[in-house]
Ligand binder design. Structure first.
Ligand SMILES: NC(=O)c1ccc[n+]([C@@H]2O[C@H](COP(=O)([O-])OP(=O)(O)OC[C@H]3O[C@@H](n4cnc5c(N)ncnc54)[C@H](OP(=O)(O)O)[C@@H]3O)[C@@H](O)[C@H]2O)c1
Length: 467
């Protein structure tokens, strides 16, 4: 048997360290050898929960199956792991200290006869790996990562437009994730609201945020879907603090009623995620006489966010996340053309991209106006993700790009990062893709004037006061 033993103190409360480490999927963020990790068992993390961890070892890539053997809250985490070459027992003991938490990490390896000889020869290398892993854990828990500046290669790709657009594919996520920092910030005491959580990116983001322990209000329009969504997220994560609100967000009287209900509950909102969306063909108007894309993608998040501002202002460090689209790069803000009144000229993709452009402008305007209230407002675009929305609205596009589309989880990753990561709360009014700041324009011709930005605000305020 070979034993690795390391100890380190971190300046984090013991419950936060326990939450982070007992979710062994985080091993991919701090273990020097882990490439990816996922939880295999549904429900809360408990004795018996299984994890799959893929490690890059000197023998090649190895998949380990870990089982939680013992879990004592804020005190002890014991996992056993096995693969074709060895078995390992990790014992992590936590104790509160005056300055935070002492972590004692012990890993006992039992190598299979075939590799035992090689292992004993590379004992020094293994000890080094153990030290690096604990150092990685300490760094992850220190949670002191700078916001990543846009890399030179991304800037170059964006300047050439087409290479920049290829980063919308799965390739962009694969390249981007190499630079992701650990996310150890605790969201256990936060309440987040996600619109459009019944499918696609909204569902993926809600599931991950629930897994991390946030209390969630999920806004959905269909009561049955809402019930199923809440039940599935609760079953998968064991997080019971997930509830649904029903509202058709393309109807302003339903948005207003939702705001009124939430204001009545008076529960602070730490993070508001404006995600609900759709691409509409042919042109149609809502029962309230508004063109559908304008109503759902722009006026609705405007009205919801303005209405919920008092609840955001109650949070210690509130964040608003607007889900826009790379499609906006093709459009300039022209306020008079937002509702595309001419049926002949209507294109669902253009109408969609115009609202997303306007939502980006709104993101910047809110960021400026609310800086004094401490409300951080950012936008993200998910790249091209394979979701029910894309399947329904863009079947041709999906047929052509199916092989390079991201998964919904990959597309939603930056939503989760903007909601959770400490460094994501240090900047406002920006656009992100794959946790990296990106330009709001790729073409000079889409830049709007200051006058047009002000006209947009006037237009939206006009609708708000019309009710
Ligand atoms: N997937 C991509 O590649 C991509 C790219 C760029 C931007 N986006 C943006 O990402 C966001 C999520 O899109 P997605 O791809 O995940 O699409 P999706 O799978 O169709 O999910 C959209 C969500 O919005 C909800 N929604 C639609 N209309 C609504 C309404 N009137 N009231 C309330 N909720 C409504 C849907 O509810 P139902 O289940 O009831 O329909 C669903 O939960 C959208 O804002 C979209 O524009 C996506």
């Amino acid at each position: 048997m070979m034993v690795l033993h390391e100890a380190a103190e971190v300046a984090r409360p013991v419950d936060e360290v326990f939450d982070y480490v007992s979710d062994f999927t985080t091993t991919a963020e701090w273990d020097a050898t882990a490439i990816s990790a996922r939880k295999l068992s549904p429900g809360p993390i408990a004795s018996g929960t299984q994890f799959e961890v893929v490690c890059a070892l000197p023998v090649g890539s190895v998949t380990l199956l870990y089982t939680m053997e013992e879990l004592r809250e804020n005190a002890l985490i014991v996992l056993s792991g096995r693969c074709a070459f060895f078995e390992v027992r990790d014992t992590i003991t936590l104790s509160a200290t005056a300055g935070g938490t002492l972590i004692d990490y012990r890993a006992e390896f039992d190598f299979k006869p075939l590799v035992a000889g090689i292992a004993s020869l590379s004992s020094k290398g293994l000890q080094q790996m153990g030290r690096e892993s604990v150092a990685g854990l300490v760094e992850a828990l220190a949670d002191n990562f700078p916001l990543r500046a846009t890399s030179r290669s991304t800037r170059a790709a964006d300047r050439l437009v087409l290479p920049g657009v290829t980063l919308f594919s799965r390739l962009g996520y694969t390249l981007g994730r190499k630079h992701f920092n650990p996310m150890s910030a605790s969201v256990r005491n936060t309440h987040m609201l996600v619109t459009g959580a019944s499918s696609g990116l909204g569902f993926a983001a809600a599931l991950e945020l629930a897994r991390r322990g946030a209390a969630l209000t999920l806004v959905m329009r269909d009561r049955d879907k809402a019930q199923n969504t809440v039940a599935e997220i609760q079953r998968e994560t064991g997080n019971r603090r997930v509830r649904a609100e029903i509202a058709d967000l393309s109807l302003m009287h339903e948005v207003d009623a939702l705001v009124a209900r939430l204001r009545q509950r008076d529960e602070r909102i730490d993070v508001l995620i404006n995600n609900a969306g759709a691409l509409f063909n042919p042109r149609a108007e809502t029962a309230e006489g508004l063109e559908q894309s304008f109503a759902l993608l722009l006026l609705s998040p405007y009205r919801l966010t303005e209405g919920l501002k008092p609840l955001l202002a109650k949070a210690p460090s509130p964040r608003v996340i607007n889900v826009v689209s790379g499609g906006m790069y093709s459009q300039k803000l022209v306020v008079d053309e937002l509702q595309m009144p001419d049926d002949q000229q209507y294109s669902g993709s253009v109408a969609y991209a115009r609202q997303k452009r306007a939502l980006m402008v709104l993101t910047q305007e809110w960021a400026k106006a609310w800086a004094g209230d401490g409300i951080v407002v950012n936008a993200m675009h998910p790249g091209w993700a394979d979701t029910p929305g894309v399947r329904e609205a863009l079947p041709q596009f999906r047929r052509l790009t199916r092989k390079i589309l991201r998964s919904a989880e990959e597309g939603a990753d930056t939503i989760v990062w903007l909601a959770v990561a400490t460094e994501a709360g240090t900047v406002s009014g920006k656009l992100f893709l794959d946790r990296e700041m990106r330009p709001e324009h790729l073409l000079k011709s889409t830049r709007e004037s200051e006058g047009e930005r002000q006209r947009l605000l006037q237009l939206l305020r006009g609708f708000a006061s019309a009710s």
